[in-house]
Write a new protein. Structure first.
Length: 250
């Protein structure tokens, strides 16, 4: 199979490396790729949101399968686009990608299906968001609804920083106007858990723990990630069963 991997980060490097180990793989291509990826795949510089040019590349190179790494093209509907073009592609369709692309959508889905989540409210105007803040205790969590490269969440320790975070989001800090999600602060250790699903069945993969804060000792603002390891020791079999039963299966 000729496989095209979309993306240019360490994630896509790992994907290319794993794909290269499959006996079914005859050639690997990457858009745009990076220097490390170029050692195991043919890299081509095309914009990830230029679906038509990527489609032309696939037709010209007889691509059998596309594997998508980054969230932005998924949220923009790249999977739907290539399904319509009859080219196999691995990734969630645009509607499902809202789980990553919209924190408000994700929170509403949790509420609808009784999946445990922190208490929250959504706001599309600054005045109402700031008024709501005055009724809440700190610490409190302020989230930009859309994609923000891992930098859209502020854990505000006081009212002033909470108000500033709300104002920054409504001032289009992340390139466009977004809703604000104001969420109850919950203390505890974070872990991520990954699955693959066809919409009916799921396969468990592995857990990981990301360390997002910029400073030593888990201090400072959040980033897209300062480092991570896998598996996460905190994610025991007992916790996995709880997550499967209370989050994944519903």
């Amino acid at each position: 199979m000729k496989i095209l991997v979309l993306g240019g980060g360490a994630r896509e490097h790992a994907l290319c490396y794993a794909i290269s180990k499959s006996p079914k793989t005859s050639a690997i291509f990457a858009i745009p790729g990076n220097y490390g990826i170029s050692k195991i795949a043919q890299c081509t510089n095309i914009g990830l949101n230029d679906f038509e040019s990527i489609h032309d590349f696939c037709k010209n190179n007889n691509i059998d399968l596309i594997v998508v790494g980054p969230e932005v093209p998924l949220v923009e509907g790249i999977v739907d686009f290539f399904i319509n073009k009859k080219i196999k592609i691995f990734g969630p369709e645009k509607f499902a990608a809202q789980l990553e692309g919209s924190k408000g959508f994700m929170k509403d889905l949790c509420k609808e299906y009784h999946i445990p989540t922190a208490n929250y409210e959504r706001f599309n105007d600054e005045e109402n968001a700031l008024a709501y803040l005055k009724t809440q205790k700190v610490p409190i969590v302020i989230k930009a609804d859309g994609l923000a490269a891992g930098k859209g969440v502020t854990v505000a320790e006081d009212s002033n920083s909470a108000e500033l975070a709300v104002k920054e989001i409504f001032s289009e800090r992340f390139g466009k106007k977004m809703e604000v999600v104001i969420e109850e602060f919950m203390e505890g250790e974070e872990a991520s858990y990954f699955i693959c699903s066809d919409g009916k069945n799921f396969v468990s993969l592995v857990s990981a723990q990301d360390h997002k804060r910029v400073g030593e000792g888990d201090t400072g603002p959040n980033t897209g990630g300062m480092g991570a390891y896998s598996p996460a020791p905190i994610f025991t079999k007992e916790i996995q069963k709880q997550v499967d039963d209370k989050i994944i299966k519903p």
